[in-house]
Design a protein around this ligand. Structure first.
Ligand code: EPZ
Length: 431
C-alpha cells in the first residue's frame, strides 16, 4: 500500500487547478441510467470512486467509456465520460461492488424508475457514522414503490411504474434528495420534495436532468417540484468545480502561509468556509480565474465552527479546518452536527502534537505554535487530507499511511502541492 511522505514547514505559493466535484460526478453518472440515450459528462475528476462507479454501471449493462485527451487540452482538464444505458441487463447491484462506495446505492432510483424493480445491496462507504438509508427508501415508497429487505439487499418494486408524490425529509439528506429527484423525473405526475438538500451538487444534478428533458423547478432551494416525463434524452454536461477540494487547499495555505490561486474555483459554492477563513486571518479574493487565498505573516486566529447542510459550513471540510485550528493562537470549538462519528482524525492529529479533546459532538482544540511530524494513519477520505494539511505545516517528516482513501477524492494531490513548493512524495510499500 502506498504512503505519502511530507517534510513540512514550507509555505505554499502558486496555482492549483480545481477539478470537477466528485460528489456531483457520481450522481451525474448514475443519472445516465435514466435514459437509453448517451449522456456525456465533461470535467470528470480522475478518482478511484469514479472508476469504481464505472464498473458498477458496467455491471448493469451501461456502456461507459472515457475518451482520450484532446489535442491542446490542458493537462489538468478532467476526463470526458460517455454513458449509454441502452439496455439495462441487470437490475441487481451486488454487495461486492456497492459495499465499497456508499453513493453507488443511489442506482436504486434510476433502476426502479426504468425497470420497475431494483435489488441493491445495503451500502458501505467511509466509516463516519451509521449512515442509514431509511430516508432514501421512504422517498421511494412515497413514489409508490414497495420496499423489502432480503439478505442484506433492498428489493424495491413498482411494477406499474412510479407515480408522483409528496416527500418530506425530516432531516436534510443529500443522497435522499438525489434519489428522490432521479426517481421523480420518470414518475407519472407531480412530485414535491420538501426540506430538500440545497447543496450545489444537487443543483448540478438537476441542471443535467433538465438538459435531458426533465421538468424540475426549485433545485437549490428547500422545495423542489418535479413533473414526471415519459422518457429522458441524452445530454452533454460539465461537472461543476469541487468545492471541497477548493476548501481543502484554502485551509492548507491558511495553515502553512503563502499565496495560492485556486484556478477554476467558484467562491459562491463556499461562502461559509471562506467567511470563516477570513476570520482566521486569511485573505480570500475572487479573481477572473478563480479564488486567491493568502496568509502572509500574522497568526492563525481561533474561530468556532458548527457544521451544517449547505449553505452552512460543510462537514466535508470539518477535519481540514480542525487541522488548521491545531496551530491557532488560542482555543476553538468545532461542533459536528451531520455525522455522529466524524472525529477519527482527532487521534491521528494528536500524533503531530495537536491538543484536542472531545465532548460529545464537539471538539475543543487548544492551538499550539508548532506541530511535529510523525507517522499517521488515514481513516477516511476527508480525515486523510487533514493529516496531509497537518503534515505540510508540521516541522520535520510526516508519513501518511493507507493513502488509498485520498485517491477516492483528491486527484493528483502530491503533484498539485509539489508545484506550489511543498515537499511531498508518494512511496510504494507497506500499509
Ligand atoms: C453526501 O453523503 C456526501 N457524499 C458526503 O461526502 C457528505 O459528507 C454528505 O453528503 C453531507 O454533506 C456524496 O455526495 C457521495 P446525507 P450522503 O444523506 O448523501 C442521515 C465525502 O467525503 N441520513 O446528506 O450519504 C445521515 O446519517 C462524503 O465526500 C439518515 O439518517 O449524506 C447523516 O447523518 C462523506 N437516513 C445525515 O442524514 C438516510 O436515509 C446527512 O447524510 C440518509 C441520511
Amino acid at each position: 500500500m502506498d504512503r505519502i511522505r511530507i517534510v513540512g514547514g514550507r509555505p505554499l505559493n502558486g496555482t492549483i487547478p480545481i477539478g470537477g466535484a466528485k460528489n456531483a460526478a457520481l450522481p451525474l453518472m448514475i443519472a445516465g441510467l435514466l435514459t437509453r440515450e448517451t449522456v456525456t459528462l465533461h470535467n470528470v475528476p480522475r478518482l478511484s470512486d469514479v472508476r469504481q462507479l464505472m464498473r458498477i454501471l458496467g455491471n448493469h449493462g451501461v456502456d461507459a467509456a472515457i475518451s482520450g485527451k484532446r489535442a491542446g487540452q490542458a493537462e489538468d482538464a478532467g476526463d470526458t465520460i460517455t454513458l449509454s444505458a441502452r439496455d439495462i441487463v441487470d437490475s441487481t447491484a451486488p454487495y461486492e461492488l456497492v459495499s465499497k462506495m456508499r453513493a453507488s446505492f443511489w442506482v436504486i432510483a434510476p433502476l426502479l424508475a426504468r425497470m420497475g424493480e431494483a435489488r441493491v445491496s445495503l451500502p458501505g462507504g467511509c466509516a463516519i457514522g451509521t449512515r442509514p438509508v431509511d430516508l432514501l427508501l421512504m422517498a421511494l415508497e412515497r413514489l409508490g414503490a414497495s420496499i423489502e429487505i432480503e439478505g442484506g439487499y433492498v428489493v424495491a418494486k413498482a411494477a406499474k411504474g412510479l407515480r408522483g408524490g409528496e416527500i418530506f425529509f425530516p432531516k436534510v439528506t443529500v443522497g435522499g434528495t438525489h434519489t428522490a429527484l432521479m426517481a421523480a423525473t420518470l414518475a407519472r405526475g407531480t412530485t414535491v420534495i420538501d426540506n430538500a438538500a440545497q447543496e450545489p451538487e444537487v443543483t448540478d444534478l438537476a441542471l443535467c436532468l433538465t438538459k435531458m428533458g426533465a421538468k424540475i423547478s426549485g433545485a437549490g432551494t428547500a422545495r423542489i417540484v418535479v413533473e414526471g416525463v415519459e422518457r429522458l434524452d441524452g445530454a452533454h454536461h460539465a461537472v461543476l468545480p469541487d468545492r471541497i477540494e477548493t476548501g481543502t487547499y484554502a485551509m492548507a495555505v491558511a495553515m502553512t502561509g503563502g499565496d495560492i490561486l485556486l484556478q477554476g474555483a467558484r467562491a459562491d459554492l463556499l461562502q461559509s468556509a471562506f467567511d470563516v477563513l477570513r476570520q482566521v486571518g486569511a485573505e480570500v479574493t475572487e479573481t477572473n480565474e478563480g479564488v486567491r487565498v493568502r496568509r502572509n505573516g500574522g497568526g492563525i486566529r481561533p474561530v468556532d465552527v458548527t457544521t451544517a447542510p449547505f449553505p452552512g459550513f460543510p462537514t466535508d471540510l470539518q477535519a481540514q479546518f480542525m487541522a488548521l485550528m491545531t496551530m491557532a493562537d488560542g482555543t476553538s470549538r468545532i461542533r459536528e452536527t451531520i455525522f455522529e462519528n466524524r472525529f477519527m482524525h482527532v487521534q491521528e492529529l494528536a500524533r503531530l502534537g495537536a491538543q484536542i479533546r472531545l465532548e460529545g459532538d464537539t471538539a475543543i482544540i487548544e492551538g499550539r505554535p508548532v506541530l511535529t511530524g510523525a507517522p499517521v494513519m488515514a481513516t477516511d477520505l476527508r480525515a486523510s487530507v487533514s493529516l496531509v494539511i497537518g503534515g505540510l505545516a508540521a516541522e520535520g517528516e510526516t508519513m501518511v499511511h493507507r493513502v488509498y482513501h485520498l485517491d477516492r477524492g483528491f486527484e493528483a494531490l502530491e503533484k498539485k502541492l509539489v508545484r506550489c513548493g511543498a515537499e511531498i512524495e508518494r512511496l510504494g510499500g507497506d500499509g
